[in-house]
Design a protein around this ligand. Structure first.
Ligand code: GTB
Length: 217
């Protein structure tokens, strides 16, 4: 039986692939694992059936028989550990790839999320214009450091890994802000991720959900 993931029935990102089921879909596509999707309304996400899968009532979750996981990073790590293609075999290279997974989620994603949430939720606050440069500067600092670390390499750790999958997923959230355009090397890195056939298949799958749910004008 195929594993089941959960995703938004109506994603607020309107099919742009920014919700966190996208990284799980991408990982499933990279390892060639077919999967089913349970689409949830915001209300269903807070009901007992889903809270039994996810203590915080969020998406994505992952069900594989008796095993139920939440947290997109943990799901991607689980998939990467039990398949080939997302983590190198060499022990040191594998540990470094996992380090990049944590770096994506713990060091790069938080300032990007803060900026992104401010742009969406705080736009009309009196202090928004004052706070924005501070939030952007925090993101720029990390982008500069990440760019230096990537250098001229194609991927962060030699070959493509789950570290790149999560890092590209996190950086994609910056697209609407235009900040990524100031770091051409990182822009090219993100474009390489987006060009991967597995990414394209995952994107098309979540786009199909958006299209099916949108009413024609
Ligand atoms: N740390 C968890 C993980 O990585 O899995 C975070 C999961 C999470 O934030 N899930 C969000 C959710 O379920 C969806 S992805 N939110 C509903 C709730 O908390 O009640 C976050 C997200 C939402 C919308 C956009 N967007 O519109 O662009 C992008 C990302």
């Amino acid at each position: 039986m195929s594993p089941i993931i959960t995703a938004f029935e109506h994603s607020p990102d309107r099919g742009r692939g920014l919700a966190r089921d996208m990284r799980v879909r991408w990982a499933l596509e990279e390892v060639g694992q077919p999967y089913d999707v349970r689409l949830l309304s915001f209300q269903a996400m807070k009901e007992p059936a889903h809270l039994a899968r996810h203590p915080f009532g969020q998406i994505p979750t992952y069900e594989e028989g008796e095993l139920v996981l939440f947290e997109s990073g943990a799901i991607v790590l689980h998939l990467a550990e039990r398949s080939e293609g997302l983590l190198p075999c060499d022990a040191h290279a594998r540990a470094r790839a996992i380090t990049w997974m944590f770096a994506a989620l713990n060091t790069i994603e938080p300032p990007i999320m803060e900026l992104s949430l401010a742009r969406i939720l705080e736009r009309h606050e009196t202090w928004y214009e004052q706070r924005l440069p501070l939030l952007e500067e925090r993101v720029r600092k990390r982008l500069g450091e990440l760019g230096r670390s990537l250098g001229d390499a194609e991927w962060l750790n030699g070959t493509f890994s789950a570290g790149d999958l999560l890092m590209v997923s996190v950086l994609l959230r910056l697209k609407p802000s235009g900040l990524l355009d100031q770091y051409p090397q990182l822009g090219a890195y993100v474009a390489r991720g987006e060009a991967r056939p597995a990414y394209q298949r995952a994107f098309a799958a979540q786009w199909a959900v958006f299209e099916a749910g949108s009413t024609p004008e």
